[in-house]
Design a protein. Structure first.
Lengths: 306, 191
């Protein structure tokens, strides 16, 4: 297949036709990669909801060098030959990203001290990097009555940013989906139709894909803050999934089992619920070694590595 | 070698003169210095009876505050423990059960909260890190003990009493400027 040239933030890269701007940026890597709250490379059709990855296209293509009139979502826009994209070099994009972050936070409760996702929350990172440090709104935040979606997964709808990732997981990874987005507009919420427990071999992956603390592990609920636990790569013989996981340990205790997340917070392989929820003994696992943690992550606090 | 200061004296083993040899002038000189100290102002005080004036922001024993309704403010977020340079703070969180709303302010609370007072260096970083205005350092002095074990302070010592009259006053640490600053709507979530 022929490669096409695209320039992102003055860095030229050659990618296959049909690649999105976001994935082209990921091939460059580093700080030119737009943040993504809803796009998930392992889930088909994800992206396009959160608008955090909006970028400016200064030149549409070599044939038609006109700029695109509005900022475009980089996760849904495919590259064209000779396209010139501005991400962090455009003040317009950065200003817009700040505004989008503010929009995402309008109804997001400020309960990070309570939330189990704190420390590995993408919205926390995004608002730390792009958001304002104070709120401009005085209105009441939207709240939902808590609903029970089963004994393994905790749903806190107030924290949800409607990224649809968990819906895509249920559609693509599990046999049948029992939850979805109900309601419209401001009233949209993740819910099961007529209170039903989400029970499926792979439903636990909803926890991993959730960028915020809306879906969290009930077996890990309030056990520890993530930065007091240390992640290790581990595997086991599993008949249903690859069995390759990350175990989060505090001392000799396994507090939590998750998929192995890469630098974009996406799991390498989806794991089954049996591995995730039922194997919390050290003898269940073959530990490969500590995972590398980004130095600036709060999880690296108090962990001494070579 | 060159001397670093001019106060150093070169030691010699030369023979003492008669005056030096009888030692009496040297003894008298030393005694006069000792006697002079009898009439000087004492540097010490008799502590439990007399107390020194403390700075208003003295960093002594910690307190875990309750809010106006007597609910514990601490939500076991772990920020004090991660901010602590001496790693003196440990905690175990628990979920608030229905019917405990009058005891704990948030959904989550600290069921165990321990500060190792032997490790604590009273830097006040925990106070600064706390997003819920739960932990404060006070002007109380940590009592001395004979054993090491009692220095691990649990919630029984740290949480202030429910009785309004026995509450620990930390208003001096929150000056008018601080309180005015907190009127800002960005702290509205912390009411």
């Amino acid at each position: 297949m022929s490669l096409i040239k695209v320039t992102i933030d003055n860095i030229e890269v050659e990618v296959e036709a049909g690649t999105t701007i976001l994935n082209a940026a990921r091939q460059i890597g580093g700080s030119v990669v737009p943040p993504a709250m809803c796009y998930y490379s392992k889930l088909e059709g994800s992206g396009g909801y959160c608008r955090t990855c909006l970028v400016k296209v200064a030149q549409g293509s070599a044939k038609d060098p006109r700029p695109m009139p509005k900022l475009v979502p980089s996760c849904r826009t495919t590259v064209q030959d000779g396209m010139v994209v501005q991400n962090i070099t455009s003040p317009e994009v950065m200003e817009n990203r700040r505004a989008i972050t503010e929009f995402l936070l309008i109804n997001h409760p400020l309960d990070c001290p309570v939330c189990d996702q704190a420390g590995e929350c993408h919205l926390q990172d995004l608002s730390y990097a792009h958001g304002l440090d104070e709120t401009q709104t005085v209105e009441e935040r939207r709240t939902f009555e808590p609903i029970d979606i089963g004994d393994k997964i905790k749903l806190n709808m107030n924290r949800c940013i409607l990224c649809y990732r968990c819906v895509k997981v249920a559609d693509q990874i599990t046999d049948h989906r029992v939850h979805g987005v109900l309601g419209r507009g401001d009233h949209s919420e993740i819910s099961t139709h007529i209170l039903k427990a989400i029970d499926n071999d792979f439903s636990g992956n909803m926890i991993d894909v959730c960028p915020v603390g809306a879906l969290t592990d009930k077996t890990f609920r309030f056990k520890s803050r993530v930065w007091f636990t240390k992640p290790f790569d581990a595997h086991r013989e599993c008949p249903t999934c690859s069995g390759k996981t990350a175990i989060w340990m505090k001392g000799e205790e396994i507090l939590r089992v998750t998929g192995r997340k890469d630098k974009y917070g996406e799991v390498e392989e989806f794991i089954c619920n049996d591995c995730r929820f039922n194997h919390k003994e050290i003898k269940d696992w073959i530990v490969e070694g500590p995972r590398t943690i980004e130095r600036h992550s709060v999880i690296s606090q108090n962990h001494y590595q070579k | 070698m060159q001397a670093l200061t001019n106060r150093s004296k070169v030691v010699s083993d030369k023979k003492m003169t008669f005056i030096e040899w009888i030692y009496i002038p040297a003894i008298l000189k030393g005694m006069s210095i000792t006697l002079r100290h009898f009439f000087k102002k004492k540097a010490t005080i008799s502590y439990p009876e007399q107390k020194r004036e403390f700075s208003q922001v003295y960093r002594g024993q910690h307190v875990l505050k309750r809010d106006e309704e007597g609910r514990e403010r601490c939500t076991a977020c772990g920020l004090c423990a991660v901010a602590c340079p001496a790693e003196a703070i440990t905690m175990v969180a628990a979920e608030r059960k229905p019917g405990e709303e009058h005891l704990y302010r948030e959904e989550k609370y600290a069921s165990i909260y321990e500060i190792n007072m032997l490790r604590c260096i009273f830097c006040g970083d925990c106070e600064e890190a706390c997003p819920k205005e739960a932990i404060f350092l006070t002007d109380r002095i940590v009592a001395s003990e004979y054993k090491r074990a009692p220095f691990i302070y649990g919630k029984d010592i740290l949480v202030e009493p429910l009785d309004l009259n026995l509450r620990v006053d930390v208003s001096a640490r929150q000056t008018e400027n601080v309180l005015k600053f907190k009127q800002n709507k960005r702290f509205a979530h912390n009411k």
